[in-house]
Design a protein around this ligand. Sequence first.
Ligand SMILES: [Zn+2]
Length: 156
Amino acid sequence: MEEGVGQGIGSVPLARLIPELTDDDVRRIVKAGAAIDAARTDDRAWGWWLGSNTYNFHFCVNERHSGGDEYYLEFEVGRNGADAVLEVEANVNVTCWCAKDHQFDRIVEVGHECQDTAELADVFERTATEAVAWLWDTHDPVRLRTRVGLPSREVS
Ligand SMILES: [Zn+2]
């Protein structure tokens, strides 16, 4: 298995990872990925795997706040499972302040199986737009937690 990590969506060898992608699919994914990168405040690292039976590429943003408050956003794209279905998956997690400690609470989860690469590009664009919104919003994990009705850290 070959793998790599680079800065920005441009470092991901999309056409090698998913050879069925058309030039238009690649163009759309790169454009949507660049919007995500523009919203990030970290090192904009993207990781990829070639010849793996899990996801082809992903990124993860983890931001720590004062007092141990933390959130992370994960975004994974590619084949998954024995049937190698193309998938886009994304989730946002925040530090848990529930009475019972879950460590992290998942507050947003997107998972979509795609029939073909055009649908993959569609779903990537749509999920990237949401990811950009989360990235702006998740600079405040307290607000995110409140929005989904989780206990705020002040209560614990
Ligand atoms: Zn919890």
